[in-house]
Ligand binder design. Structure first.
Ligand code: UDP
Length: 325
């Protein structure tokens, strides 16, 4: 049985990866420090013999007994509210954490895939963003802690590849949504759905003309899986090119939830990218992958998940406190 280590396993993408690898018959070693992850995302997996969980912070030395074929490094805070609250941990997990996992991969002779991000492109001056674009990042802005950690992560990963001959894969993940997103992490999908379900106004930052392109989680996981098993070591964008303005997206959510919520406008956060759309030519050519799930269908599945949350969970105020501040 092939053994895979998944870091950030109790988070949104990490938990879906655990599902996929358990299903594919791998032995999954899940690791998380539970700062932003939640055990409820993986509690259904504890009954399987080919699943085990380590409560550990990968910014500290990582030890895993036995052999390992693959490592997927998905541990990191991943929302603007989190970067503001825990900026140092964000920098550490992308830099020190990645270094530890590369060392582990080298020791075990394992292939490692790291979760990079469209944030390496910053507020992009090239549209859509292809992998050749170097980006436009403010090193000292509020997003800098995430963006620069992820840029460093790519650099050190390539260095381990060229210097140590390590088998490495780099996924540049664009906005992804679906069940198990943290309701109150401030990201736009759970923010709008949460507001609509609580009967609150939807908060649009800026004038809402900024764009994002949302990928459903099942498509994202399939792309990552294919990239891991490919023989391509350079960065590959994984995302859905279907681009929409945040203003139009708010209207879609109002319609989808069947509510009559108004939208209200708040200042645009510093360095909030004005447009974002992945160029996925590479993923199509190299992986034979492209997203299949339409936003309307993916959003319905996501809404089903949030509808099942308890009213206590729905009313946690993290995001609302942030909006008031
Ligand atoms: N956004 C918004 N209202 C919210 C939360 C987010 O208008 O309550 C905007 C945000 O300013 C950004 C877009 O939605 O332009 C996507 O934000 P998110 O935090 O989901 O992801 P990212 O900016 O990292 O793509």
């Amino acid at each position: 049985m092939k053994r895979v280590l998944i870091t950030g396993a109790a988070g949104f993408l990490g938990s879906h990866l655990c599902d996929r690898f358990v299903e594919e018959g791998f032995h999954v070693i899940a690791m998380d420090n539970l700062i932003t992850g939640d055990l409820k995302n993986i509690q259904h997996l504890f009954k399987f013999k080919n699943f085990e969980f380590y409560h550990h912070d990968v910014s500290k030395f990582v030890h895993v007994p036995g052999k390992l074929e693959y490592i997927l490094h998905f541990a990191s805070p991943a929302s603007p509210i989190d970067y503001l609250k825990i900026p140092i941990q964000t920098l550490k997990v992308g830099s020190l954490g990645t270094h530890n996992l590369l060392g582990l991969a080298k020791e075990k002779n394992a292939r490692i895939l790291i979760a990079s991000t469209s944030e390496v492109y910053g507020d992009p001056l090239v549209h859509p963003q292809n992998e050749e674009y170097y980006g436009n990042v403010n090193t000292i802005g509020p997003r800098g802690v995430y963006d620069e950690a992820k840029r460093f992560q790519e650099s050190i990963t390539m260095a381990y590849h060229t210097y140590h001959g390590l088998e490495t894969r780099i996924a540049r993940i664009f906005n992804t949504y679906g069940p198990r997103m943290r309701l109150n992490d401030g990201r736009v999908v759970p923010a709008f759905i949460g507001q609509a379900l609580r009967g609150e106004d939807l908060t649009i930052f800026g004038d809402g003309s900024q764009t994002r392109s949302f990928c459903y989680v099942d498509d994202q996981i399939e792309g990552i899986y294919k990239l891991l098993l490919s023989n391509y070591c350079y960065p590959v964008n994984i995302g859905n090119p279907d681009e929409i303005t945040i203003k139009d997206f708010a209207q879609e959510i109002v319609k989808l939830t069947g509510t009559n919520q108004k939208v209200i406008y708040k200042p645009l956060p510093t360095d909030d990218p004005l447009q974002r759309q992945p160029d996925i030519k590479k993923a199509k050519e190299i992986l034979g992958w492209e997203p299949k799930v339409k936003r309307i269908d993916g959003m319905r599945l996501t809404l089903d998940y949030f509808n099942r949350l308890s009213s206590e969970e729905l009313n946690k105020s993290e995001h609302r406190d942030f909006l008031k501040s």
